[in-house]
Ligand binder design. Structure first.
Ligand code: ADP
Length: 488
């Protein structure tokens, strides 16, 4: 119990007791027959209330009351005087205790406020350091003025700002434009929308006229910052300059266009002339020579389709391929493909099974045809000429599922997880000519439609490739702008 108090408190208690006793003795010795005003006796009580815990100050008060009693008895003062003194001492003690409690409370509150202010400052410094280290432009605007209270150093680099004058959203607005060059209406730039309407903006492309007069493209995310009651107090925007990426994409597109054009151009006359030569030689009865011309023609055609595959995969990866979705009858599409597909013998091997209840599916016809042709060509290529190939189309829970099954060489289990990777070729198919791009391209096209492609296969028994196409249009709409992820 005694350990509750510190040595310092015990010393103060002892000093105050001595003071109380000294006051009584001084009164008895220096002013015999009179009694000092109660306020003088109350001094130790007053000090105790401020300096000591309540239990100690109660003890001091009690002792002072006893000492005053002794003093009154020795000095023979009337009982009413003693009562009055005690009352004054108790009132002073009580008021002093209340006051000291209040002072301590206020001091504690002030200390706590100081501590939280320091903590908040530390937190702010920590956050600012983190934000400065993020390799993106970050700005924070406050309500209601729209003044920017924070701008990371990367922001200055992106805007190429020379002035250090504080800025407001209104100062930036005239420099920002929609990707097609239209200016933003007032309060419509992403940060203003987050600040005024609480909108969360993700991945918006914005053209910027930098402060040095050059143009760039930013990719902006913005979100409101709310207090505990949900009121918007500020908004933050994070953005990066994607101009170099767009320039690179443009250059890549030029390269692809150039490669596609320059490599395929010479093949056209080769194919035309070889075909003409083959027909002429056949008409002249020169069968062996006609077969040589046919070999030239087939090689040129193979080369043409390989170049096409290379160009197409590069285009898909660069996100340069636009999907033009249109409601299509899958059964009709397969039927049309089969009419034009391969040689007569190849067509004779293919069986078609189509769900007549299948609704129209929003697809890019040309791209979907490419997937179906890839799968059919593979099925024929990797199976014996006397075995059947089945193409089927079913409708389940909002998706169309198209499958191509063969009874060919099959695929070893260890190759299955990699089959849709770029340039991947299974062990069983290595002796047959190919680049290993067809399934990769098919996967990119199917995924761009919001579907999935997979294979079930058993080595030596055959394979079944299936893919799905959602009936409701994929979230990316009719156009696929983003780069398709090569992911492997
Ligand atoms: P390519 O046929 O030009 O090599 P693909 O991307 O179309 O490229 O196919 C990748 C690999 O998958 C092929 O090399 C082959 O090993 C295997 N493959 C594809 N389809 C089949 C199939 N129907 N049966 C057996 N293996 C197949």
């Amino acid at each position: 119990m005694l350990e509750r108090y510190t040595i310092k408190q015990w010393l103060i208690l002892a000093t105050l007791l001595l003071l109380a006793v000294a006051v009584v003795f001084i009164d008895m010795l220096l002013f015999p027959g009179t009694i000092l005003p109660a306020v003088v006796y109350a001094v130790p009580v007053l000090l105790a209330a401020y300096l000591l815990p309540p239990s100690m100050s109660v003890a001091i008060t009690a002792i002072v009351v006893i000492l005053v009693g002794v003093d009154s008895w020795v000095e023979n003062s009337p009982p009413w005087r003693f009562s009055l003194d005690v009352l004054v001492i108790l009132i002073i003690g009580y008021l002093a205790t209340l006051l000291s409690m209040r002072i301590k409370e206020v001091a504690e509150l002030a200390a706590r406020a100081q501590a939280s202010a320091e903590e908040a400052q530390l937190e702010r410094t920590r956050l600012e350091t983190i934000l400065q280290q993020i390799p993106a432009g970050i700005v924070i605007a406050e309500v209601p003025s729209g003044r920017l209270t924070f701008a990371s150093s990367r922001t200055e680099q992106i805007w190429r700002r020379s002035s250090t004058r504080p800025i407001n959203i209104k100062d930036i607005e005239p420099r920002l434009f929609h990707p097609d060059g239209r200016p933003y209406s007032p309060n419509q730039v992403p940060l203003a929308r987050a600040l005024r309407n609480g909108e969360i903006v993700t991945g918006e492309q914005v053209k910027i006229m930098r402060e040095d007069g050059t143009w760039g493209t930013l990719l902006i995310n913005a979100a409101p910052i709310r207090d505990s009651k949900g009121n918007i107090v500020a908004a933050v925007a994070a953005f990066d300059d994607i101009s170099p990426i767009l320039e690179l994409q443009e250059r890549r597109e030029d390269d692809i266009r150039m490669i596609s054009h320059d490599l395929r151009n010479p093949l056209t006359p080769i194919m035309g002339q070889a075909s003409l030569l083959q027909r002429r030689l056949a008409e002249m009865g020169l069968e062996r020579e006609a077969r040589s011309a046919e070999a030239i023609l087939k090689s040129a055609q193979r080369m043409n389709s390989m170049i096409q595959e290379l160009v197409e995969s590069a285009r898909l990866e660069a996100g340069l391929l636009e999907l033009h979705l249109e409601p299509t009858s899958i059964c009709q599409l397969i039927h049309d493909i089969l009419e034009r597909f391969g040689t007569e013998e190849e067509r004779a091997r293919i069986k078609m099974e189509c769900d007549s209840q299948m609704p129209l599916v929003p697809i890019d016809r040309e791209r979907a045809e490419r997937v179906i042709v890839n799968l059919l060509s593979n099925a024929l290529k990797y199976s014996a000429p006397d075995t059947p190939v089945t193409i089927s189309a079913e409708y389940h829970d909002g998706t169309a599922m198209i499958s191509v099954a063969d009874r060919g060489v099959g695929i070893p289990p260890q190759d299955l997880p990699h089959l849709f990777e770029r340039f991947y070729r299974a062990r069983t198919g290595k002796r047959i000519e190919g680049l290993g791009l067809g399934l990769y391209i098919s996967r990119l096209i199917v995924e761009a439609h919001g579907g999935r492609i997979w294979v079930e296969s058993e080595e030596g028994k055959g394979s079944k490739f299936s893919f799905t196409l959602p009936i409701t249009p994929h979230a990316s709409g009719t156009r696929h702008d983003g780069a398709l992820s090569p992911s492997f």
